[in-house]
Design a protein around this ligand. Structure first.
Ligand SMILES: [Mg+2]
Length: 449
């Protein structure tokens, strides 16, 4: 867990309004030569920059360095405002039955859809209590039980969203998905960088967005870096180094679930793709480990036997934690990572811990609590997600990751469709999912076999 150092700059963060004085905070560090404790930086990162700030983001200057092959590929294909490019090939991700022996493609499709819709629904449900402590949310939502979309209190933070809509977590997951579709099944960091930059400015205009809402501090700083569009990994690393290597926020893991759905029969590819995208904005090894542990968990859940035994489930969970832990060299941080991923209850994660609510390990940990839960049905899903939402903290982000993991485990058919259908942009999402499934060669089999 993150430590609970005394708060040296309490006036810099207004928890209720998510106002973050970016420049003041940075200047304070420079003037005093002191480093903000990680708990404060984490808290800063968990709070969105108000949308007007996104309008100030300037397009990066072109890099003077030689482009990589990936960058050359992207420069030919990607223009920031260009329409989607249809898939040109299906090289490595075309589904083959031997990827998941004993499972039909319908089962794989059901699990993939479960992951995506579980991500979106968990995110949308979590908006109700995002950034609230358990005590605060009891006052806003005194009636126990699920919080229907219609009951979401549109306070200063929440008024910008339509009730039932997903937030930036799912938006950014969809940016990754779009990139995969447009590049014919490939995962290209510079492609994602362009998409993220464009989304920060405009959101999804076809959904009526005026800009990307809910952008975290790490992402904001990174996409503002002058080389972000050409060298996003370098930009992210420099931002992290400037932070004193303390930034370990949940802005990468919140969007990462979809990377467990591509080349899912090959964990090396899953890990490679995950790092390519997570490092685009978040350089801390704890962020990399969080993302890899979640995507390797999802990839393994996709191909798990229909009647997965307790031992088999335990084995794939252990494997996922190991793959993440490999990425952390520091012994104390590795131990902290394993402790979070080994949590058996949401309460253990202390999700509304003041000033550490946006810590990447808390968010990833909710996915591991979720996969160990007994959720099997739509009713179970609502019950568990209600428990998560009522823990407060960065509830939409936790809901996105936990919802994706549980959705993958139980499948789309077992998700609460009455809730899913109330999400305002569900038809648009349906079309995206169909394009993604088609891209990875997973259209429903209509043959008699
Ligand atoms: Mg969010």
């Amino acid at each position: 867990m993150a430590t609970t150092d005394p708060d040296p700059q309490p006036k810099e963060v207004k928890l209720d309004t998510e106002e973050v004085k970016v420049d003041t905070e940075t200047d304070t560090q420079k003037q005093t030569g002191t480093q903000l404790p990680d708990v404060l930086v984490d808290a800063l990162d968990a709070h969105a920059v108000p949308s007007p700030v996104t309008e100030e983001i300037k397009l990066a200057e072109p890099s003077t360095t030689e482009p990589s092959p990936d960058q050359e590929l992207v420069s030919k294909k990607i223009k920031t405002d260009s329409p989607p490019i249809p898939p040109t090939s299906l090289p490595e991700v075309l589904f083959k039955p031997d990827w998941a022996p004993g499972l039909s493609r319908e089962v794989i499709i059901d699990r993939i859809k479960g992951c995506i819709y579980g991500n979106a629904l968990g995110d949308a449900m979590g908006l109700a209590t995002e950034f609230l402590s358990r005590d605060e949310l009891k006052k806003k939502y005194p009636k126990p039980g699920p919080i229907p979309f219609s009951d979401i209190v549109l306070d200063f933070h929440r008024y910008r969203w339509t009730k039932g809509d997903w937030t930036d977590d799912t938006d950014q997951m969809l940016l990754i998905m779009e990139g995969i579709i447009e590049s014919g099944g490939n995962v290209i960091p510079v492609n994602f960088a362009h998409k993220l930059h464009n989304w920060a400015r405009y959101g999804f205009p076809e959904l009526g967005d005026q800009g990307g809402l809910g952008i975290g501090m790490t992402v904001h700083r990174t996409i503002s870096h002058s080389h972000f569009l050409t060298e996003p990994h370098t930009a992210a690393r420099e931002v992290w180094e400037e932070s004193g290597k303390y930034l370990a926020a949940n802005g990468a893991v919140m969007r990462t679930s979809v990377l467990g759905l591509v080349s899912f029969n090959n964990l090396e590819s899953v890990i490679h793709n995950t790092l390519q995208i997570s490092l685009t904005t978040h350089a801390d090894p704890r962020c990399s480990a969080s993302c890899v542990s979640v995507t390797t968990l999802i990839a393994q859940l996709l191909t798990a036997p229909l009647s997965c035994t307790k031992e088999e489930l335990s084995s794939l969970i252990d494997k996922s934690i190991q793959e993440g832990a490999k990425l952390i060299e520091d012994g104390d941080k590795k131990k902290e990572f394993i402790t979070h991923m080994s949590a058996t209850s949401l309460r253990e994660l202390n999700l509304d811990e003041a000033k550490a609510i946006g810590y990447t390990l808390k968010c990833a940990g909710t996915g591991f609590v979720g996969v160990k839960s007994k959720v099997k049905t739509a009713k179970d899903f609502i019950k568990f997600m209600t428990e998560l939402v009522r823990e407060g903290g960065d509830a939409d982000t936790n809901g996105a990751v936990c919802g994706a993991v549980i959705g993958c485990k139980i499948g789309y058919d077992n998700l609460p469709h009455d809730w899913i259908q109330k999400m305002p942009h569900i038809k648009w999402l349906d079309d995206k999912v169909d394009m993604f499934l088609n891209c990875i060669g997973l259209v429903p089999d209509t043959s008699s076999t």
